[in-house]
Design a protein around this ligand. Sequence first.
Ligand code: ZN
Length: 581
Amino acid sequence: MTIRPIRPLATLTILMLCAVTTLQAQQQTFPTDYFKHPLQLPVSLAGDFAEIRPNHFHSGIDLRTGGKEGEKVYAPADGYVSRINISAWGGGKILYITHPNGYRTVYMHLSAFCGEIAQFVHNYQYDHHVYAFDIDLPKDSIKVKQGQLVALTGNTGGSSGPHLHYDIRYASNDQAINPLYFGIRYSDPIAPTIDNIKIYPANSSTTINGKNAEWFLNQPKKNSKTSNRQDTIAIAGRFYTGIYTYDRMEQGSSSKNGVEKIELYVDGELFHRYQVSSFMFEETRAINAIIDYPQYQRNRNYYIVTRHLQGNRNHWSAAYRDNGYLQFDDNGIHRLEYQVSDYKGNITKRTFYVRSLPLPDETKDSLRNIQAQGDPIIYFKPYTFSRDGFTVVMQPYTVYENDEVLFTQSTDAARLSQRYTLSLKRHPLPPHQSFNVGIPIPEKVPASLRSKLTIVCINGKSTSACTTTIDGDRLTASTRSFGSFAVRLDTVAPSVTPVNFGNGKRHSASTLVVKISDNLTGVVAYHCYINGEWVLAEHDGKTATLTASASTLKRGNNKVTFVVTDAVGNSVEQTWTLVKS
Ligand SMILES: [Zn+2]
């Protein structure tokens, strides 16, 4: 098989096109007086559009609700309810309204729905005996008018405090757009903060201030909260840069909000630009390719880097030369200037200088002697791997750059299978999309227990079960991380522990709360019955609780039953007698 190198000219053209796309998105005008603000509270932003979160961009803005739940949410314009999604995780209770002007608005972490929407949700849950569901609704089956009360704010799903998450998207393809382009009135008198800038060696021969290592522009002082600024860096060889920056909107605010635009000028010429006006959900995981991923894993500081990986097809980060790498071989001094803007146009600048040093000749030679150690993977081609029964199948563009796959095997703790470990040698980033792994079913497992087998992914101390299917005499699973894979058996049912009631005790509270947990494959179904009648139990992922209404308890003795089931069908059923006076 031969690999055709992409001609530098073609690469440049693609990048120029990308830059043009970004500019068009930015110049596109959005209606600024169509949507009324959904809350009757002063606008205070706890989070911005396209802030970097684990494996994704934040798809909207987070509106503060004064630390309280239950604030009224009003439809910002006429339209109809087009989707309702309720989950113990992520956005919690989510409402989607589609408007006749081609946009769709989305509200997350709600505590409740109102009016006709609430009635619809209640009926759906009692008809299907579920709390969590996700359905699209036909056009105009539930219409809403501008200013109509549609929901109450809350803290459901992955939210860490009461607020309203608000998205605006194109109705046609669900592409998320920055809601601040739609005329939301807010104040932001403070320019962005540039926390730090980092210089990265591009390879093992680059030296930055004499070392082949990353260099922080602001060097932390020992035993002090302040840092030493250094404005001239001596560099030999190829390098790239990164910046950690955020925007505060109010004096003393603890929220580090996102910025609108980052530009790096090299000797007065635009070299790199980062700007996210809109994005598709399928591409958002590519943020891992534009940040300094190892640093993000260490302390959640997201340095946006200039280096452009070839398999990263997004248009948010455009390098105007040489895939975002720099190299000066002229013994000269070069001026680099970062300019960071927020959505109000406040700009912060930071200038530093690179003194270019020549690379010693012997290091140039040693570059040619790098030996491949792993199995080569080409980012734009499918990849398969098979060793001792363990198989891997990847689609094109699963990794962001040509690389080598490293493979080892060892004895797994459960001794059902080997532990198979995959990693990338050169660019240790998570894959852009899922890939499949396959492991033979261990012969020693009796046929009766095969349905309880699962493939697990082991990363350091964390072991998580993948959704596993049995395919003949093999187990297969889809995964979105590298790491170690092995086979485990899950024969343990979930546990249920009452929080606010006890067997034979009097109960006067309005709810019944239990804690649930599972050892491996996780809870997938749960039911609560009061005297044999199904009642809604709301699942909250972050507190691992089920909360049911106690309103149907009768005077005297009542039987309360919870049934909880994991992903491989292990089930627990527990019943308590409660007395109501
Ligand atoms: Zn949010």
